[in-house]
Design a protein around this ligand. Structure first.
Ligand code: ATP
Ligand code: MG
Length: 206
């Protein structure tokens, strides 16, 4: 995707999630999509209050998830163009992606925003708050992940969507939580600093 804003325009990818915990699948998606679409930057945006996951399972407090996302980002080479944004953790109330996109565009009206989504997350987008407005404001970059049925190309009414082929890493936060609960190692799947926070806080042990 080239910038539609021309000279001086900026492009940013937004990879939001609960990141409970962040893992190599998240980092690779951020790095690979940024490269594939030549985005200036990609923001990892941990949500503060993942309203759609409320009541499903206990969610690790947002400040700890933010600390883990920072630790994950820290393994990337300097100049990776992948950054962490704490704006959804700082904001009160349920974390709506539309609010994040609006805030980014208010700060920089020329900003072209691309939401980076795994296919599982993209399929749920019609359930998101003010998704019509979101689709008007942002492009979508959808990546496959193991376990999400490849199926027919995703069609979202009104979306400027492109599927980006990246290598698929069979890793999920749920699988990592299960490994921790069973006392199995999670090295390599998460950054050392992420494993350190999990250890320190005793996360994911039933
Ligand atoms: P959980 O298992 O708890 O749902 P998760 O691994 O799916 O965790 P999320 O924080 O829910 O992680 O996902 C944030 C975003 O990252 C979503 O768009 C999701 O599709 C994407 N994502 C997560 N893991 C991968 C992966 N291995 N490859 C590509 N995209 C991924
Ligand atoms: Mg998920």
């Amino acid at each position: 995707m080239t910038s539609v804003t021309g000279l001086g325009g900026r492009t940013v990818g937004v990879l939001g999630g609960t990141f409970d915990p962040p893992h190599i699948g998240h980092l690779r998606a951020a790095v690979a999509v940024r490269h594939a679409l030549a985005l200036d930057r990609v923001l990892l945006v941990p949500n503060g209050d993942p309203w759609q996951k409320r009541g499903v399972r206990p969610i690790t407090p947002a400040p700890l998830r933010l600390e883990m996302v920072r630790a994950a980002q820290a393994v990337l080479a300097s100049g990776s163009g992948v950054e962490v944004s704490d704006r959804e953790v700082r904001r009160d109330g349920p974390s709506f992606t539309i609010d994040t996109v609006v805030a980014l565009q208010e700060a920089d009206p020329d900003l072209e925003v691309t939401l980076i989504l795994g296919r599982d997350a993209a399929a749920l987008l019609p359930t998101w708050e003010r998704h019509d407005d979101l689709l008007r404001r942002a492009h979508l970059a959808v990546v496959d992940r193991p376990g999400s049925a490849p199926g027919p190309p995703l069609h979202l009414e009104g979306a400027r969507l492109q599927e980006v082929a990246i290598e698929q890493l069979d890793v999920s936060s749920s699988a990592i939580r299960d490994l921790v609960d069973q006392g199995d190692p999670i090295d390599v799947l998460v950054a050392p600093g992420v494993a350190a926070v999990i250890d320190r806080e005793g996360l994911y042990r039933a």
